[in-house]
Design a protein around this ligand. Structure first.
Ligand code: IMP
Length: 430
């Protein structure tokens, strides 16, 4: 029995919520392995809408185990609030249903302050972060001054850790001309929230090993998308974690062979939130129309998403780098009614043709897309549940995407509704 890792193949917001929800109904364990509450997954189950940022999607279902792995950065107050919100919606959350890695790094109140201050310091060239403190918390983790879930158990040594951390950050805050933060204040705030978090703290690698040995199906729920990966994305306009499928193993404490089928969630066009290069971006009526028909507003920050044509060269690259086994193509219905649809098949860079996104952000900004034009379709794909219900031209579009990215479409989503899905292969039984 294969496990499944779900990752975004573009810049995030590919429509993972619906697919993850569908897969989590088949899984026994759902694991978050990177990122934090910068993510936003919307689930609609039996007419009730759940907005999740940090909690794995399995949480809304009875008898599923939800796991937050060591690779995630956790804002304990945001987590507490999210738990309260879904409890108010009738969802049970208890230590039998939710386990949080003891070694996950915490986002403290100083991290969003630093996130804001650093964005301001970038002047006209901001990253456009979600300002949730994600980057500064990962910086602390890598710099080995992070505070982790297990530290909440020992108030005395926690104080020493905070003193070392704040010695560094207060120097930085002074430099930015910001108010310093008191160690005692953060310590008191942490002590207040500690019991809530610690009740879920556990040895995640062992919990997952036991689940695996018992033949349980594990779903690894990625957030963001490969083009925001700190190693493989459009650096520096990226987030601070790895979205790569291998991170499902590293960020949860399992071997790489545990990851199984890698499902790359891929939108039938392209969107991006925040700044940075975007070769197929449309700043015309077509872009406007994609945004309106696709309801392209961020779940976490409400920001308008930038929209553009499907970039096959980009997805071919992320499929190759992250070892995507099959893709789930989403939001094809948003292309209904377009007379002409374009697919980017490569780029022109300073007069030369290239078929990949180079590493330099200056070069990325100079890429000019090379398009293949595609005739749109009459009729609608919206709500189709089988290939036979799709307009012939829409089937051709999907087939062409498969050819260009060198990867099969495992699943096609034709509307936000859960049942409006065409399944070619069940990833858990691949
Ligand atoms: P950060 O993760 O808040 O540091 O933001 C870094 C970049 O990643 C910004 O461009 C954000 O807009 C983007 N980003 C972070 N999380 C998401 C997400 O869940 N979907 C799409 N973009 C995201």
């Amino acid at each position: 029995m294969a496990n499944v890792a779900v990752i975004g193949s573009q810049w995030g917001d590919e429509g993972k919520g619906k697919i993850v929800d569908w897969l989590s109904s088949r899984a026994d364990v759902v694991v978050r392995f990177q990122g934090g509450h910068n993510a936003g997954h919307t689930l609609v189950i039996d007419g009730i809408t759940y907005k999740l940022h940090l909690l794995p999607s399995g949480i809304v279902r009875r008898s599923k185990l939800s796991v937050i792995g060591n690779g995630v950065v956790i804002d304990p107050w945001a987590l507490q609030k999210e738990i309260e919100t879904i409890r108010a919606q009738g969802v049970e959350v208890n230590p039998q249903k939710l386990v949080i890695s003891e070694s996950a790094t915490l986002i403290l109140p100083v991290h969003p302050m630093l996130d804001e201050a650093m964005e301001r310091a970038r002047g006209n060239d901001p990253i456009g972060t979600t300002k949730r403190g994600i980057g500064p918390a990962y910086e602390d983790k890598i710099a080995r001054r992070g505070v982790r879930v297990c530290d909440l158990r020992d108030p005395e040594s926690l104080k020493g850790k905070l003193e070392k951390m704040m010695f560094h950050h207060n120097a930085l805050l002074r430099g930015f001309g910001e108010k310093e933060v008191s160690v005692d204040e953060i310590h008191a705030q942490l002590m207040e929230v500690a019991p809530e978090i610690l009740q879920y703290a556990g040895v995640v690698w062992r919990v997952l090993d036991e689940a695996r040995k018992a033949g349980k199906k594990i779903l690894f729920e990625g957030a963001q998308g490969m083009m925001l990966d700190v190693d493989h994305g459009t650096y520096p306009f990226v987030t601070s974690s790895n979205m790569h499928a291998a991170q499902a193993a590293t960020g949860s404490g399992m071997g790489p062979d545990a990851v199984g089928f890698v499902l790359g969630i891929t939108k039938a066009y392209t969107t991006r939130v925040g700044s940075g290069p975007f070769p197929t971006e449309l700043e015309d009526a077509d872009g406007q129309r994609l945004g309106e028909q696709g309801h392209e507003f961020g779940t976490t920050t409400g920001r308008k998403r930038r929209c553009g044509w499907f970039d096959a060269a980009l997805v071919r690259q992320t499929v190759t780098i992250s070892g995507i086994t099959g893709i789930a193509l989403t939001k094809i219905d948003v292309l209904d009614g377009f007379k002409t649809i374009k697919i980017c098949i490569g780029y022109e860079l300073d007069g030369k043709q290239i078929d990949y996104i180079p590493a330099s952000s200056a070069e990325q900004a100079r890429l000019k897309p090379v398009y293949e034009e595609f005739e749109g379709w009459d009729g609608t794909t919206n709500g189709a549940k089988s290939w036979a219900e799709l307009p012939a031209q829409a089937v051709k579009y999907v087939k062409r995407i498969e050819e260009l990215i060198g990867c099969p479409v495992t699943l096609l989503s034709t509307s936000p509704e859960r049942d409006d899905t065409i399944l070619m292969q069940d990833p858990f039984h691949a």
